[in-house]
Write a protein that binds this ligand. Structure first.
Ligand code: SAH
Length: 241
């Protein structure tokens, strides 16, 4: 899919889905060239869902990375964030967002807020995003950043993602952005019927695969997608940081 980019792909002024608040364009700090290249690269690698590309265009990734890495904000690689964690590689964010098939009426749960970037991207597509992070430092930073940038349909919660967020369940979509060795049953219980859950499965440092679970009439269908590399899903809220 290396065809020319359609002119409307990058029209950030295009109308948003009803009910999803717009955020101001001025948040982008750079000149747009590296971002255009970034969108073209995603297209070339098979990301061709216009809504997903538009969401990635709208969210200023440079606002979610440390200033030291601002020049690499649009490079296709994971970057370090606080607490020894990482902001995922843009292709993986785009791919997972596409596979999640988020619609404007959806309530989405993310486990592993990290920088808040994936949550910001999801917030452009969903009615509501609830995101849980085990490090208070990361959760507080992401919450303040998302509020400052105007993403007001995202709630950042400090806690253990293995427990999900039962008081906000059921969720139409669940995305886990850290790798578990097994599917956490608590999370699949919080998935609505007809819902989709995406998670990396596999050992820390070993082969991990992105797995997609679809719930129909209470039963889960399982599909294995890409090989990936994520930081581990660690049980419990972090005691320090
Ligand atoms: N989605 C993030 C990247 C996440 S990296 C972004 O867009 O930047 C994975 C994150 O999962 C890390 O911040 C890590 O602290 C968090 N995490 C790991 N185990 C967790 C758990 N049990 N509950 C909540 N968060 C967890």
């Amino acid at each position: 899919m290396a065809g020319p980019i359609a002119p409307h792909i990058s029209t950030s002024g295009a109308p948003q889905s009803k009910g999803i608040p717009r955020v101001p364009r001025e948040q982008h700090k750079e000149d747009g060239v590296s971002r255009m290249q970034f969108l073209l690269d995603l297209r070339r690698r098979g990301i061709n869902d216009v809504a997903v590309l538009r969401a990635l265009d709208e969210v200023a990734r440079e606002r979610f990375v440390d200033d030291r890495f601002a020049d690499d904000a649009y490079a296709d690689r994971a970057l370090p964030i606080a607490c020894g964690q990482t902001i995922s590689q843009p292709f993986v964010v785009a791919y997972m967002t596409g596979q999640l098939d988020v619609r404007p009426e959806h309530k989405v749960l993310e486990v592993g807020t990290g920088s808040g970037y994936q949550a910001a991207v999801l917030s452009r597509l969903a009615r509501e995003v609830v995101t849980v992070e085990r490090y208070r430092t990361l959760a507080d930073t992401a919450r303040a950043r998302l509020a400052a940038l105007g993403y007001d349909n995202v709630d950042v919660i400090v806690g253990d993602g293995f427990a999900g967020v039962p008081e906000r369940a059921p969720f139409d979509r669940i995305i886990v952005t850290a790798a578990a060795e097994e599917v956490p049953a608590v999370l699949t219980k919080q998935l609505a019927d007809g819902g989709v859950m995406l998670l990396p499965l596999g050992p820390h440092g070993g082969m991990q695969y992105l797995v997609k679970l679809t719930k129909t009439a209470g039963k889960l269908a399982r599909e294995t997608l890409l090989a990936v590399r994520f930081v581990p899903l660690v049980p419990g809220q972090a005691r320090e940081l």
